[in-house]
Design a protein around this ligand. Structure first.
Ligand SMILES: Cc1cc2nc3c(=O)[nH]c(=O)nc-3n(C[C@H](O)[C@H](O)[C@H](O)COP(=O)(O)O)c2cc1C
Length: 279
């Protein structure tokens, strides 16, 4: 949004919400306040790729991503509240993170409440997609054309099939990804730092798009951290992530994978701005 405002001739003052996030918040919460003033338009390479950026959930090519590209990606971090860790294929830490992400997927689909809540976000039929314009659908999965066509003709996909598809997709795509990465913050439940992590992810994803590099969030582990805390089950997964990064100062808030695209994948449904404006 900041990139677009500047390109459209607005100077932006951004104030991120402060305070602590609660694991039991329902409904909407204010994330940020933007103040716009007319100014000279400033276009940027990140702004021009906004229409091309989308999550790629399919498998990536096996060849490594050049180290100078990875260095440029990490250099997009502009805050001491956030940091980026990258693990390349072949490193033991890559395998450990991949195995733990698959185990976290199994954990989530075995947890009836978590599984149910995930399904509220998935679009289960073509009709639901047209109505809600949110969440992933078969078109964003990297599936072959015939499978995509068949799913659109079928009745809504049953929950069990969605869970199985998510697990299979994770097993097929994560272990072979050339790079796995983490975004960490100092305070896991600081609203400001969560927003800073989100801004960093968006900048990284847009920049990767300028380099024809695909990315996907794979946040099963941070979701498991939250669930263990919510249920009072201790901080086993949080400690495991600290051991992986070698620091307890920075906590993992976002996990992702990246690599060169191997398949044509479509963007998620887009909503017009008028659908999301409150006033
Ligand atoms: C905080 C956050 C976490 C997300 N985590 C995941 C994730 O773990 N797996 C996933 O497939 N998509 C995840 N997404 C959603 C997608 O990355 C993407 O934002 C959404 O599906 C819109 O699709 P698009 O990239 O085609 O615009 C997450 C999005 C946000 C904002």
């Amino acid at each position: 949004m900041l990139q677009t405002a500047r390109a459209e001739g607005w100077a932006v003052t951004l104030e991120l919400a402060s305070g602590q996030l609660s694991l039991n918040t329902e409904g909407m919460t204010r994330a940020a306040t933007l103040e716009l003033r007319p100014a000279a338009a400033i276009d940027s390479p990140l702004h021009s790729v906004i229409p091309l950026r989308h999550t790629d959930r399919s498998t990536y090519r096996e060849d490594p991503v050049r180290s100078d590209l990875l260095e440029s990606l990490v250099a997009l971090n502009d805050s001491s509240n956030t940091s980026v860790f990258l693990f390349t294929h072949g490193q033991q830490s890559h395998k450990s993170l991949s195995d733990a992400t698959i185990a976290a997927t199994e954990y989530i689909i075995a947890d009836t409440q978590m599984s149910h809540d995930s399904h509220r976000w998935f679009d289960k039929s073509w009709e639901e997609l047209q109505r809600d314009k949110d969440g992933p659908f078969i078109d964003t999965s990297g599936a072959a054309r015939l499978i995509r066509a068949a799913v659109k003709l079928m009745p809504p996909v049953p929950d069990r099939m969605l869970d199985d598809g998510w697990l299979t997709g994770t097993i097929n795509s994560v272990p072979g990804s050339p790079v796995l990465g983490l975004i960490t913050v100092r305070d896991l439940y600081s609203q400001t730092q969560s927003m800073q992590a989100g801004q960093l992810w968006q900048r990284m994803h847009l920049w990767a798009t300028t380099q024809n590099v695909s990315m996907q969030p794979i946040n099963q582990l941070p979701e498991r951290v939250d669930r263990e805390r919510q249920l009072g089950l201790g901080n086993v997964t949080e400690q495991w992530l600290s051991a992986l990064t070698g620091t307890t100062d920075m906590k993992t808030t976002f996990v992702f994978r990246l690599g060169h695209p191997a398949n044509r994948v479509f963007p998620s449904a887009r909503r017009p701005v008028t659908d999301v404006l409150l006033a």
